[in-house]
Design a protein around this ligand. Structure first.
Ligand SMILES: [Zn+2]
Length: 177
C-alpha cells in the first residue's frame, strides 16, 4: 500500500525533471537538505501569492500505511536568495505512530511563507489535509519564474506530467512507499 500525496494548489505543472519550456536548459534543480536523502523528481506547481499550500495525502490504508508524519522547516532552497524563497517544509511519512517505525519517504514544499512549525502528527492511516504554508510572491530563485511551489521527493515516485498541465487538489503528484 502506498501513500499518495496530492497537488498542494489548483494550478499548473510548470516544470518537472527537465524544464518544460526551454530546449537545452539544464535539468531542473534538486536541492539537498542536511539529511542527505536521495532526493529526486522536482516539480513546480503554480498558484497565486498567498494561496494556501495544502499537504493532502490518502494515508495509505491499514496495510502498511502511514501512522504519523513530521513537519520540519528547512532553509537553503536557493543558493543566494533570501526568505521566503529560500524556505521550505519537509514532510516525513512514518509507518509507526509518533514518528517511529520505517521512514516511508519525504516530500519537500519550497518557497513557502507562514510555514507550519516543526511538529509530529499521528495521522492513523487516514486521509489527511492541512495547510502547511502560503505561496510566496514571484519566485526570485532561478527556477521557474512566477508564483509557485517547488516540490521534490525522497524515496518517492512522481508521474510524468505534460508541460503546463493543469493540476487540481484531487490529483496525486507523489507516491510514497
Ligand atoms: Zn522548482
Amino acid at each position: 500500500m502506498s501513500v499518495y500525496v496530492f497537488s498542494p494548489t489548483t494550478g499548473y505543472m510548470w516544470a518537472q525533471n527537465y524544464y518544460c519550456n526551454f530546449n537545452g536548459n539544464p535539468p531542473h534543480t534538486v536541492v539537498n537538505p542536511y539529511d542527505g536523502g536521495s532526493w529526486c523528481c522536482p516539480i513546480d506547481v503554480s498558484g497565486s501569492e498567498n494561496d494556501n499550500v495544502w499537504l493532502q495525502f490518502d494515508g495509505g490504508g491499514n496495510d502498511a500505511g502511514c501512522l504519523s508524519i513530521t513537519t520540519t522547516q528547512w532553509s537553503g532552497v536557493c543558493a543566494s536568495d533570501p526568505a521566503p524563497w529560500n524556505d521550505a517544509v519537509i514532510v516525513r511519512f512514518y509507518s509507526g505512530a509518533n514518528a517511529t517505525g520505517t521512514l516511508l519517504g519525504e516530500v519537500m514544499f519550497a518557497h513557502l511563507k507562514n510555514r507550519i512549525a516543526n511538529q509530529t502528527f499521528n495521522t492513523h492511516n487516514a486521509a489527511t489535509a492541512m495547510v502547511i504554508g502560503n505561496l510566496a510572491g514571484d519566485c526570485n530563485c532561478g527556477c521557474a519564474h512566477g508564483v509557485h511551489t517547488h516540490m521534490q521527493g525522497s524515496n518517492t515516485y512522481s508521474p510524468s506530467f505534460s508541460c503546463n498541465q493543469s493540476l487540481t487538489a484531487g490529483q496525486w503528484v507523489y507516491r510514497v512507499g
